[in-house]
Design a protein around this ligand. Structure first.
Ligand code: ATP
Ligand code: MN
Length: 477
C-alpha cells in the first residue's frame, strides 16, 4: 500500500477506510495524539493511537522527531482545528529519535540557534514554510519567462573573466599552495594551472547572457552566484542565486516594465499557491513585531505588504531627484545618516535607499540614470555625458533587490570607457565582438533570489531563506 501525503489526506472530500501516512512526529500528547508532519504542508495530521492495544514499548518510541508510518481509517475529527484525523490501527516506528537530545523541541527557538542546526531547522513550521515558498517562487520564475518565450541559459560558474567588476571574487585553482609555480617576476604562474589561466567563481552571468541575447533575443539565467563580500550584513551571502534576464531591443523603460511585471507575477503566483504557509509566516511576523517598539512596527501585515506591491506601480525616480530629496530630508540635516549626502555624485548607501522607500515614497522605487562613475563599465552613457542608463529597484525592508541597465551597445564608446577604467580589451574580446557583429540596443537586470524570498516570507536575515547559508567564517554543512 502506497502512503498518502498529509496534504492530500487533509484535503480529502470524504472519509477513507484504509490509509497510510508517513512522516515525523511533531508532538505526542496524552499517550494518544500524534501531530504528524511530512513536509507536504504546514499542517499536521492528528493520528489517534489506540493506546490500550498498542504495546507500551511502541508507545515509548513515539517521540518528537521520530519517523513513523501509521495505518488506519481517515475519519472526521471530533477535536477542534482539523476536519479529518487518522484513527490508527497499526503503527510502525521507522526511525527512533532520542527525544531528550533532539534539538527541535516543540517550543520557540532563536533564529541563531536554528542557524546552527540548519540541517534540522527545516523540521520547524517556519522553515518548512520558508523553503516551500522558496521552491514555489523558483517555479514562478521559470514559469514567467517560459510563458513569455525566454530561453533559459546556463552561464558558467567557473569564469575566465575577472572584469565583471560586480564584487570580490573567489579564486578557482588546482595549483598547490606549497611550491606554487611562479613566473620570473615572482607572480603565480597561472599558465600551469588547470585552465592555463586565472579563473574565479562567477559574480554574475550577465556578460555571457548578453552574447546569447544577441542571438536568441530574450534569455534569462537563474543560477548560483558567488561574492567574497567580507561584509557581515543581513542582506549579503557569499553564495546566492541570481536571476538575470537579458533582452535584445529593450531600452531602459522596457527593462523597468519587465522587472516590475516580473516581480508582480512571481509574488501573485506564490500567493495563489502558498496560502497556508504565507498565513503562518504572517502570524509569525505579527508575533515578532510585538517585541519591537511601537514606532518601528510595520503598519502593514505580510499579506498586506505583498498585495500593496501587486496593486501599486513602482515609483520611478531619477538619481538626481533622489539626491535632492535626500539632501533636504530631516535625517540628513540632523546628521542621522552614517553617510551624509552633500553632493550630486555620491553613492547611495542602504540607509538612503531605505529612507526613500520606507519613509519618503512608502512604495517600491525604481531609481534610474545614475552617475557614470559609480556604475559598471557596460552601462549605456546618456547624452549628458555624465549619467548612465542604470536602474536599481528598492524594496521596503530590503533596500536594493534589483540592479540593471541598458547596455552600452556602441563599440567605440564602450572601448573608450574600458580604456579609462583600465579594463583589458583583450580579456573581453568575445564581449566586444557582440558590438562588432550586429550590435543593438539591449537591456537586462539581476535580481537576487534570496532578497526576493526575504520580501515574500517577511524574514529579515538572508541566512534564514537559503537552506545552508555561506557567509564569512561559516560554511558548515
Ligand atoms: P548591494 O549594493 O546590495 O551589495 P550590488 O550592487 O552589489 O548590491 P548587483 O551587483 O547589482 O548588486 O547584483 C544584482 C542583485 O543581486 C542585487 O540587486 C541583489 O538583489 C543581489 N545581490 C548582490 N549581492 C548579493 C549578495 N552578496 N547576497 C545576496 N544577494 C546579492
Ligand atoms: Mn554588492
Amino acid at each position: 500500500m502506497k502512503h498518502t501525503k498529509v496534504k492530500d489526506l487533509l484535503s480529502s472530500t470524504k472519509t477513507l477506510n484504509e490509509v497510510n501516512a508517513k512522516g515525523w512526529v511533531r508532538t505526542f500528547r496524552n499517550n494518544q495524539f500524534i501531530a504528524l508532519n511530512d513536509g507536504s504542508t504546514i499542517n499536521n495530521i492528528q493520528c489517534v493511537v489506540d493506546f490500550e492495544n498498542t504495546p507500551e514499548e511502541t508507545l515509548k518510541r513515539i517521540t518528537t522527531g521520530a519517523a513513523v508510518s501509521v495505518y488506519g481509517e481517515l475519519v472526521e475529527s471530533k477535536g477542534a482545528g482539523q476536519k479529518y484525523e487518522i484513527q490508527v490501527s497499526r503503527l510502525e516506528i521507522l526511525g527512533d529519535s532520542d527525544a531528550e537530545k533532539f534539538p527541535m523541541q516543540p517550543k520557540k527557538h532563536s533564529l541563531e540557534f536554528l542557524r546552527e542546526n540548519a540541517h534540522l531547522r527545516v523540521r520547524t513550521n517556519a522553515f518548512g514554510a520558508i523553503m516551500r515558498v522558496r521552491s514555489v517562487l523558483a517555479h514562478a520564475v521559470h514559469n514567467y519567462f517560459q510563458e513569455k518565450g525566454f530561453v533559459y541559459v546556463n552561464t558558467p560558474i567557473i569564469t575566465g573573466s575577472d572584469a565583471e567588476g560586480a564584487g570580490e571574487m573567489f579564486k578557482v585553482t588546482a595549483l598547490p599552495f606549497d611550491g606554487t609555480p611562479r613566473t620570473e617576476e615572482g607572480k603565480v604562474n597561472y599558465k600551469e594551472d588547470f585552465f592555463g589561466k586565472e579563473t574565479n567563481l562567477t559574480v554574475s552571468g550577465q556578460l555571457e547572457a548578453e552574447t546569447y541575447a544577441m542571438a536568441l533575443g530574450q534569455v534569462y539565467t537563474f543560477g548560483p552566484t558567488f561574492r567574497a563580500e567580507n561584509s557581515n550584513t543581513s542582506r549579503h551571502l557569499a553564495e546566492f542565486w541570481m536571476i538575470e534576464p537579458e533582452v535584445a531591443f529593450n531600452d531602459l523603460n522596457d527593462n523597468m516594465d519587465l522587472a516590475e511585471d516580473f516581480i508582480q507575477y512571481v509574488i501573485k503566483y506564490t500567493m495563489d499557491k502558498c496560502g497556508d504557509d504565507l498565513k503562518f509566516l504572517e502570524g509569525r511576523l505579527v508575533e515578532e513585531e510585538k517585541s519591537k517598539p511601537q514606532a518601528e512596527r510595520s503598519e502593514m501585515t505580510l499579506l498586506e505588504k505583498l498585495n500593496f506591491v501587486l496593486e501599486n506601480n513602482f515609483k520611478r525616480v531619477s538619481y538626481t531627484e533622489a539626491i535632492d530629496i535626500l539632501r533636504d530630508c530631516t535625517p540628513n540635516k540632523k546628521k542621522k545618516f552614517n553617510y551624509i549626502i552633500n553632493e550630486w555624485g555620491a553613492d547611495l548607501q542602504s540607509e538612503h535607499e531605505r529612507y526613500l522607500v520606507e519613509k519618503h515614497f512608502k512604495c517600491p522605487v525604481i531609481l534610474f540614470d545614475y552617475p557614470a562613475n559609480i556604475k559598471a563599465f557596460y552601462m549605456r552613457l546618456n547624452e549628458d555625458g555624465k549619467t548612465v542608463r542604470a536602474m536599481d529597484i528598492l524594496f521596503p525592508g530590503i533596500g536594493e533587490i534589483v540592479g540593471g541597465s541598458q547596455r552600452e551597445e556602441r563599440y567605440d564608446v564602450l572601448v573608450e570607457k574600458m580604456k579609462v577604467l583600465g579594463i583589458d580589451e583583450e580579456e573581453l574580446w568575445w564581449y566586444l565582438d557582440t558590438r562588432r557583429f550586429g550590435s543593438a540596443v539591449h537591456s537586462g537586470f539581476g535580481l537576487g533570489f534570496e532578497r526576493l524570498v526575504l520580501f515574500v516570507t517577511g524574514m529579515t536575515n538572508i541566512r534564514d531563506v537559503i537552506p545552508f547559508p555561506r557567509t564569512p567564517q561559516n560554511a558548515e554543512f
